[in-house]
Design a protein around this ligand. Structure first.
Ligand code: NAD
Length: 288
C-alpha cells in the first residue's frame, strides 16, 4: 500500500520503518533534515513537503507533537492533496476536542479518519510492539487496523471519533496517580524501617499491588529491570507525562468530570518537570 507518513521523530521514525518492513511504500515527510535522512536509511522515500508526500496515497499516518500542529498539517497539507477516500490515521497524543474536530472536517471532505494514539515508548515504536487505542467509525477502524497491526502488538477499537484520545489520557492520568502513590508508599516504608525489597515482596502480593510497582518499580534493584535501574534515564519522560496530564485536565474540565487526584498529580509533575522534563516519570520518587 502507498502510505504517507508525516512526523518522523522519536516515535514516528520507528513506526515508519515498520511500515516499510511490512512491505508498504512509505512516502515520508518531516521538518527535520536529520529525521528525513534516518527515514531514507530505513527505506522510506522522502519529500520536501507534506503535500508532495500525500500525492497518490491510499493512507496517511501522522505522529506529531500537538493538536495545533495536527490541525495545521491536515488543513494545509492533507485535505485536497491526499486522494479523496484515503484513510487517515493520526497517532499523535492530542486533545480530544481537536481530534474530534479534525476527524469531522476531513470526513466532510470525503476522507475516513481515526484517532489512534499509542501506549508504549520509543523502544515499542521501534520494535513494532505499540498498543493503539482507536477512535472512529467501524468502517474507518476496519480500514486502519491492518496498517496499525504492522506497527503494534494490540489495536483496540475504543468507539467513536476522539475515543482513542479519551482512553489514552484517562489511562495516563491513572498511571500518574498510581506511580506517585507507589513512590510515596516505598518512601514511607523505608522511613518506617522497612527494607524496600521486603515491602515489595509483601505489597506485590497484597492489595496495594499495581502496575507501577510490579512492572515499573521506581526503586532501583527491586522488581523487574526498569528505568530506576538506569538512573531514571530512558522510559517515559516526565515532560511527556505532564503533557498528557494537562490534556487530561482540559478534557475533564470540558466534560465536567471531578478529578481531584488527577489534578494533584498534574501539579506534582508540573513541579518535577521544571528541572527534570527528560527524566523518567518514576524519578518522582527522588522528590520524596
Ligand atoms: P518528537 O518531537 O521526537 O517528533 C515529532 C516530529 O514531528 C519531529 O521530528 C518534528 O520535526 C516533526 N514535526 C513537527 N511539526 C511538523 C510539521 N508541521 N510537519 C512535519 N513534521 C513536523 O516527538 P515524539 O516523541 O516522536 O512524539 C510524537 C507524538 O507521540 C507526540 O504526540 C507524543 O505525545 C506521542 N507519544 C510519545 C511517546 C514517547 O515516549 N516519546 C509515547 C507515547 C506517545
Amino acid at each position: 500500500m502507498k502510505i504517507a507518513f508525516i512526523g518522523l521523530g522519536n516515535m514516528g521514525g520507528g513506526m515508519a520503518a515498520n511500515l516499510v518492513k511490512a512491505g508498504h511504500e512509505v512516502r515520508a515527510f518531516d521538518l527535520s533534515e536529520a529525521a528525513l535522512a534516518a527515514a531514507r536509511e530505513a527505506g522510506c522515500v522522502t519529500f520536501g513537503t507534506a503535500k508532495e508526500a500525500c500525492q497518490g496515497v491510499e493512507a496517511v499516518v501522522s505522529m506529531l507533537p500537538n493538536g495545533a500542529i495536527v490541525r495545521q498539517v491536515y488543513w494545509d497539507d492533507v485535505i485536497g492533496h491526499a486522494p479523496e477516500g484515503a484513510i487517515l490515521l493520526d497517532c499523535s497524543t492530542i486533545d480530544v476536542a481537536t481530534a474530534r474536530e479534525v476527524i469531522s472536517v476531513t470526513e466532510a471532505h470525503g476522507y475516513q479518519m481515526v484517532d489512534a494514539p499509542v501506549s508504549g515508548g520509543i523502544a515499542a515504536a521501534a520494535g513494532g510492539t505499540l498498543t493503539f487505542m482507536v477512535g472512529g467509525s467501524d468502517e474507518a477502524f476496519a480500514r486502519a487496523k491492518p496498517i496499525l497491526d504492522a506497527m503494534g502488538k494490540a489495536v483496540i477499537h475504543a468507539g467513536a471519533a476522539g475515543n482513542g484520545q479519551a482512553a489514552k489520557i484517562c489511562n495516563n492520568m491513572l498511571l500518574a496517580i498510581h506511580m506517585i502513590g507507589t513512590c510515596e508508599a516505598f518512601a514511607m516504608a523505608q522511613k518506617l524501617g522497612l527494607d524496600p525489597q521486603t515491602f515489595y515482596d509483601i505489597s506485590s502480593v497484597s492489595s496495594g499491588q499495581n502496575w507501577s510497582m510490579t512492572s515499573y518499580c521506581p526503586v532501583p534493584g527491586v522488581g523487574p529491570k526498569t528505568p530506576a535501574d538506569n538512573d531514571y534515564q530512558g522510559g517515559f519522560a516526565a515532560g511527556l507525562m505532564l503533557k498528557d496530564l494537562k490534556l487530561a485536565m482540559e478534557a475533564a474540565s470540558a466534560a465536567g468530570a471531578k478529578v481531584e487526584l488527577g489534578d494533584h498529580a498534574r501539579a506534582i509533575y508540573e513541579a518535577f518537570a521544571k528541572d527534570n522534563a527528560a527524566t523518567d516519570f518514576s524519578g518522582i520518587i527522588r522528590t520524596l
